[in-house]
Structures are given as structure tokens and as C-alpha cells.
Design a protein around this ligand. Structure first.
Ligand SMILES: [Zn+2]
Length: 68
């Protein structure tokens, strides 16, 4: 058991590309950024990177958004 060279390190410098290719999550097309959706009125907005959906408020009804 050599515990020196691990596989899986090095390929991780490129987060932020939204190319079509990931299609394994049912029907909802939530990309890397995804969308936030209001559970109350159904308003959708693009998810802001770095800000959790639940910290965003729906501009329509003021409810906390949730992940779509
Ligand atoms: Zn709303």
C-alpha cells in the first residue's frame, strides 16, 4: 500500500464553466450555479454564487428563496 501519489489531484482548476454535458439529474436543469425558487409564489431567479438561496429574498413576496 503506497500512500504517496493519489489520483484525483490536479484536475480541479476550472470551476465556472457552464457547458451542457451534465444530464443525470432527472428533469430539472439546475446547473452548477442553479436557480433559486420561491416556495411561496414560485418566482425563480438565478442563483448568485456565494449567496445561499435561503439568504435571498423573493422580490415579489419577500419570502426566503429555496434551492430550485
Ligand atoms: Zn415569492
Amino acid at each position: 500500500m503506497s500512500n504517496g501519489r493519489g489520483i484525483g489531484r490536479g484536475a480541479g482548476a476550472g470551476a465556472g464553466r457552464g457547458q451542457t454535458g451534465r444530464g443525470r439529474m432527472g428533469g430539472f436543469a439546475a446547473g452548477p450555479g442553479g436557480e433559486c425558487v420561491c416556495p411561496k409564489c414560485g418566482y425563480r431567479m438565478s442563483h448568485q454564487i456565494g449567496i445561499p438561496c435561503y439568504q435571498q429574498k423573493c422580490p415579489k413576496c419577500g419570502s426566503a428563496m429555496t434551492r430550485g
